[in-house]
Design a protein around this ligand. Structure first.
Ligand code: APR
Ligand code: PHB
Length: 391
């Protein structure tokens, strides 16, 4: 088989890239290790920056997102027994974020790809990439016992943190930066109305961090910070709801509607960046190149901005025979990535209880929270990062 761009991974990065390239007349094939249902079963964050919403429109798949996504003008920081609203809309000259689950976004992209009969190989085994340092890159995989080879001009590594693309780069050509946090997030999804439908609540309490989020007006997503040693089995639904209510202010806790969980899982928190993101004819995009802790919901949005830079570069290559965008892809993407890394790290540090935290550290955290909610400059810095820095 031959194509112009072989995309490894059918998560949001790979699917969005495939759609944007297709609309620009560039052939692409996606090779995915899992089945489509497995990909859709992974529950991830669901707060979209305007940049991400615009890109979904550009890809021609924004209709349901505009119909069903819930626009948020504010967030709440909860500490000291009360909530402190941050008027994100007012502080950023009218910018907003949209609550719409990653699962739904992935669904829309998969549907569009299927409707347009674009080639996607699911359940591909032993995917391998080669030849990207020369002029003849290849992607190989096994399916139904047969070995398949895709010859291509470029390979897009959209295969997530544990993918094969980054792992196939010579060790001396790549540098990795990492920070692992000493706690995880236990998340619960339930078909109950969200306690705060118009503003995500980020809570710093003496029992640890908690987050009240949503997928729609009838589906809620909540999280509590837990020790890394905890297992999901330790957390029955009742224990989760009790713990959540103890970490938010009493007025809000009173209004939480509980119900059986549809999904419950523990995610570790990590910051990670690989540099560079281009190796000859191989590009890394999304989680393949970087990870952020979920605080601030930047993971999916960063994947989308990588894809914007990469699709623009590839379109320039084919349409204008210019490689300027390709040559600058890594630097451009990394500038935005590091700022989102900084923001996610900062918000994580501000809102969580760290095992080693001294009483001094604790007081500093309280002072910073007080500063953030009472200083217009500090609130504005939070707000402009939350809605997403310009491309
Ligand atoms: N071969 C083919 N596909 C692979 C391989 C492989 N060797 N390894 C992984 N994959 C697939 C995974 O099964 C997954 O479907 O690549 C896909 C990567 O998808 P994501 O992990 O969702 O990464 P990405 O598309 O970059 O999306 C980033 O997802 O993890 C969240 O917080 C993150 O929201 C952000 C978004
Ligand atoms: C979510 O809805 O899952 C979510 C929202 C905000 C975050 C992280 C996760 O910062």
């Amino acid at each position: 088989m031959r194509t112009q761009v072989a995309i490894v991974g059918a998560g949001p990065s790979g699917l969005l890239l495939g759609q944007l390239l297709h609309r620009a007349g560039i052939d692409n094939v996606i090779v995915e290790r899992q089945g489509a249902d497995y990909v859709l079963g992974r529950i991830r964050a669901g707060i979209l920056e305007q940049v991400t919403v615009n890109l979904m429109d550009e890809a021609g798949v924004g209709a349901r997102l505009h119909r069903e996504g819930v626009v948020h003008h504010a967030i709440d920081l909860a500490f000291d027994g009360r909530r402190h609203p941050i008027d994100v809309h007012g502080l950023t000259g009218g910018k907003v974020v949209t609550a719409y689950g990653q699962t739904e976004l992935t669904h829309d992209l998969m549907d569009a790809r299927r409707d347009e009969n674009l080639p996607t190989v699911y359940e591909a085994q032993d995917v391998a990439v080669s030849g990207f340092d020369g002029t003849r890159p290849q992607v190989q995989y096994r399916k139904d016992g047969q070995l398949h080879t895709i010859d291509c001009d470029f390979i897009a590594g959209c295969d997530g943190f544990h993918g094969v693309c980054r792992a196939s780069v010579p060790r001396d050509a790549i540098r990795e930066y990492e920070k692992v946090y000493p706690f995880g997030w236990l998340g619960l999804l339930a078909d109950v109305p969200p306690v705060s439908p118009h503003a995500i609540v980020y809570a710093n309490s003496e029992r640890g961090f908690a987050l009240c989020s949503m997928r729609s007006l009838v589906r809620s997503r909540y999280y509590v910070q837990v020790p890394l040693a905890d297992k999901v089995e330790d957390w029955g639904d009742d224990r989760f709801w009790d713990e959540l209510r103890r970490r938010i202010d009493p007025e809000l806790a009173e209004r939480v509607v509980t119900g059986p969980s549809i999904e419950k899982s523990i995610a570790p928190l990590r910051s990670f960046v690989a540099e560079p993101l281009r190796f000859g004819r191989l590009f890394l995009a999304g989680d393949a190149g970087h990870i952020v802790p979920p605080t601030g919901a930047k993971g999916l949005n960063l994947a989308a901005s990588d894809v914007k830079y990469l699709s623009t570069a590839l379109i320039e290559h084919y349409r204008e025979r210019s490689d300027t965008g390709i040559d600058h892809y890594s630097d451009r993407a990394l500038r935005r990535i590091w700022k989102a890394e900084r923001f996610s790290w900062w918000l994580t540090s501000l809102l969580h209880r760290f095992p080693e935290q001294s009483v001094f550290d604790q007081r500093i955290q309280e002072a910073e929270l007080d500063y953030v909610v009472h200083s217009r400059a500090a609130s504005t810095a939070l707000a402009e990062n939350y809605v997403g820095l310009p491309l």
